[in-house]
Design a protein around this ligand. Structure first.
Ligand code: UDP
Length: 465
């Protein structure tokens, strides 16, 4: 969902900017029928935006590999079907450009076959693009285990450095089954005609400027076009009513929203600590509860089957009774946009997913950073130390964040001095984000430039029809 939502919203914007004189087709590799929230989102597409679900890949090839490797394999195996889908589209329309998501750089070859411009869309932020640009250098210059590196990592345009341990786990471990694939895609990103990033100059301008000057971009344009956030409700309405009615009964800025994105999960032990920490904080909270993971793989439920068991069964004994009245718990999914936009929501404990971060910025809701996997630890450093819009609980040496620490940070954000400072910074960024998307704003200009480049190309015949 974290990849599809921004692509859907980007498509809506493109169609609007083209005054409905263009069409967009979103082509999605699949493992089977789409999950419920995805199916609902795809039903909201305007007439000029359509979608194609590619045939599911054979699940047997995905057995016994990591979640990261599953993602790569699914996209790799879908490339022949992508070729077929584009050939079918090219018979109907003059095509202008193909935009590939982070694991889809093989689609650039298909774009060339059909004489289409090939663009790379980063599902996260400019920091992730900076990491992609840096990875081939890291691989070439460092031999052996990255974990032995004494120096922190410095990425282009970043005033802040990262401990090596904050790297994406599949990058940190060169022997992981996804490392070579990530490296290959990082190298192939240079084949793009341009880069599209859901960010804005006021938040990541230094990184964008630095990348523009790097060999990585090599003169090709980088378009910061955000923040573009979800504009529809990915919920059947029932959950929405429940959440909003409960929030209506709470005082302004008094509720902490707790959610780990579209698939993040905690271990049973960590789930207990979080529950007890929230209880200890004596603050109101709205928590999207998901069943714990059994394999310490915090992102397995993004593409695996979501657990069908009732997540409330995994909560500490008596927790629901003790927090009654000051907590609302919803299983697995909440109407996040509506919750963040509600006046009663005063804080957001989140896994540093970039869409969630942008949604929080646009609503001026300060954050508690709880990174789980992928590039989220690096984003946490950016949010806490550089942008100062988040507080971060510290884990013990065993990796567990304990209830006392959780309670302290929650109270700090909701009623403490440190929370006030973070809230003020967030409000400044909220205004900057709104300006970026205004008629004369930096992101609007960037998007208009991208659209004009594609308009100029759309007269060229597509090949391979
Ligand atoms: N989301 C939602 N309800 C939920 C969980 C997630 O609407 O209960 C949406 C959220 O608003 C965001 C997206 O799913 O647009 C999650 O994207 P993000 O990049 O934050 O995290 P990811 O799921 O990719 O880890």
């Amino acid at each position: 969902m974290g990849h599809i939502i921004p692509l859907v919203e980007f498509s809506r914007k493109l169609v609007l900017l083209h005054h409905h004189e263009c069409t967009v087709t979103i082509i999605i590799p699949s493992l089977g029928p789409p999950p419920e929230a995805q199916a609902q989102l795809l039903q909201t597409l305007p007439p000029a935006v359509s979608h194609v679900l590619l045939p599911p890949v054979d699940p047997t090839i995905l057995a016994h590999v990591s979640t990261d490797a599953k993602l790569f394999l699914t996209v790799d195996r879908s490339i022949p079907h992508l070729r077929g889908a584009i050939a079918a589209l090219a018979r109907e329309f003059p095509l202008a450009a193909l935009v590939a998501d982070i694991f889809g750089t093989d689609a650039f070859d298909v774009a060339r076959e059909f004489n289409l411009a090939a663009y790379f869309a980063v599902p996260s932020n400019a920091l992730t693009l900076a990491l992609c640009s840096y990875m081939p250098k890291l691989d070439a210059e460092v031999s052996g285990d990255y974990r032995q590196l004494a120096e922190p990592i410095r990425l282009p345009g970043c005033r802040f450095a990262f401990p090596v341990g904050d790297l994406h786990p599949s990058i940190l471990d060169r022997k992981s089954d996804a490392y070579e694939r990530i490296l290959r895609h990082a190298k192939r990103q240079r084949l793009a005609d341009g880069f599209i990033v859901n960010t804005f100059m006021e938040v990541e301008g230094e990184i964008i400027e630095a990348l523009r000057g790097e060999e990585f971009a090599n003169g090709r344009p980088i378009f910061p076009i955000g923040p573009i956030i979800q504009s529809t409700i990915t919920d059947d309405g029932r959950r929405q009513n429940e959440c909003l009615e409960w929030l209506d009964s709470q005082p302004p800025a008094s509720v902490l929203f707790v959610s780990f994105g579209s698939g993040g999960t905690l271990s049973q032990e960590q789930l207990n600590e979080l529950a007890l920490g929230l209880e200890m904080s004596h603050q109101q909270f709205l928590w999207v509860v998901r069943s714990p993971n059994t394999t310490r793989d915090t992102n397995a439920s993004y593409i695996g089957p979501q657990s069908n068991s009732n997540p409330f069964n995994y909560l500490p004994e008596g927790f629901l009774g003790r927090t009654k009245g000051r907590a609302l718990l919803v299983p697995s999914w909440a109407p996040q946009i509506q919750v963040l936009g509600h006046r009663a929501t005063g804080g957001f404990l989140n896994h540093c997913g970039w869409n969630s971060t942008l949604e929080s910025i646009l609503n001026g809701v300060p954050l508690i950073s709880w990174p789980l996997h992928g590039d989220q630890k690096m984003v946490a450093v950016q949010l806490v130390e550089h942008l100062k819009i988040a507080l971060r609980p510290i884990a013990g040496e065993d990796g567990l964040i304990r209830r006392e620490e959780i309670s302290k940070v929650v109270r700090g954000l909701m009623v403490g001095e440190e929370g006030l400072a973070v809230r003020n910074e967030m409000n400044v960024l909220k205004e900057a984000a709104k300006n970026a998307m205004s008629e004369e704003g930096s992101s609007t200009k960037s998007l208009e430039l991208l659209v004009s480049q594609w308009k100029n190309r759309s007269g060229e015949p597509s090949l391979g029809t």
